[in-house]
Design a protein around this ligand. Structure first.
Ligand code: UTP
Length: 298
């Protein structure tokens, strides 16, 4: 039996510069998709995948995240007094489903460094990493699909997606071995290249924001030097680990939205609004009423 995945790390200490000025005094993880902050979609995915222990890596100005997952005594008693049971149930549901711990990153020295600061909280066991920016609508949930692969192959598993060739330079790209039959969309990693030029990319299989890692990643990250920008990259730590053990990738069956950029965020907002029973019809009617010719409405 492989060691179970009990903990999910959410790196949330980045500065969110692509969303300034919104993220000057508010973490980007708290930007709202319909009525839930972005990070809650990932936390619910972890809980629904059977991983209720959440470790959030925070930095300066991220208090709103802690308040969001905390019990709000005054708000709860207000809702109770007013008989607003549906809203009360909604805010209690997520708090009951998870246990949350926080660790500070101090300085945003990269995703690899953010994972490294969770070393003591994670301990000597395998764990998941979820980048909340990537919101994935999938059934079974994306993390559950990965855990199923991990339980079969007993090694680190990275979530990947096929991206258009011209987009490879925005991602970590995987060189993989497709001669072994490991199951649909599952491959053994041969090499990892961070943000390659289109002509240098070994494939169009891009790493997205979900990882299942084994505790030996911590030693690999400790031995990984900072890059030119002074950051420790998780991909560099994984490359180092690859010399010591097999690493696998798994194509996720679902729809991913990268909410870390404005266009991706807007697409996700429309997508999730159209899935809400109470909004679907009037919102679709509104969208269809728009004159969508470029420049219309100016
Ligand atoms: P990003 O590079 O997408 O996030 O990092 P960012 O730096 O906050 O955003 P921009 O590019 O300035 O707009 C991917 C994830 O890793 C976390 C971020 O919070 C995000 O969830 N991260 C990144 C950290 O926790 N610490 C870091 O040092 C860097």
């Amino acid at each position: 039996m492989v060691a179970p995945i009990r903990k999910a790390v959410f790196p949330a200490a980045g500065l969110g510069t692509r969303f300034l000025p919104a993220t000057k005094a508010q973490p980007k993880e708290m930007l709202v998709l319909v009525d839930k902050p972005v990070i809650q979609y990932g936390v619910e995915e972890a809980a629904q995948s059977g991983v209720p222990n959440i470790i959030i890596v925070t930095g300066r100005g991220k208090n709103a995240i802690e308040d969001h997952f905390d019990v709000a005594v005054e708000l709860e008693s207000f809702l109770t007094q007013r008989g607003k049971t549906a809203q009360l149930e909604e805010i209690r549901k997520i708090a009951r489903a998870i246990n949350v711990a926080y660790v500070r990153q101090g300085e945003p020295l990269g995703l690899g460094h953010a994972v490294l600061v969770t070393k003591n909280l994670v301990g000597n066991e395998p764990f998941a990493v979820i980048l909340g920016d990537d919101v994935i609508d999938a059934n079974p949930p994306a993390l559950r699909q990965m855990i199923d692969v991990y339980e079969r192959l007993d090694g680190p598993v990275l979530a990947v997606e096929r991206v258009p060739r011209e987009a490879v330079s925005s991602y970590g790209i995987v060189a993989f071995d497709d001669t072994e039959n490991l199951g649909k969309g599952v491959y053994r990693v041969k090499d990892l290249v961070e943000k390659p030029r289109v002509e240098d990319a070994p494939s169009n299989l891009a790493i997205i924001g979900r990882y299942i890692l084994t505790p030996d990643i911590f030693a690999a990250l400790e031995a990984t030097a900072s890059d030119r920008t002074g950051e420790i990259q998780l991909t560099d730590g994984l490359r180092r680990l690859l010399k010591e053990r097999p690493i696998y990738v798994c194509e996720i069956d679902g729809v991913r939205h990268d909410t870390g950029n404005k266009l991706g965020f807007l697409k996700a907002l429309v997508y999730f609004a159209l899935q809400r029973p109470e909004l679907a019809v009037p919102f679709r009617e509104y969208l269809e009423s728009l004159d969508l010719k470029i420049g219309a409405g100016r």
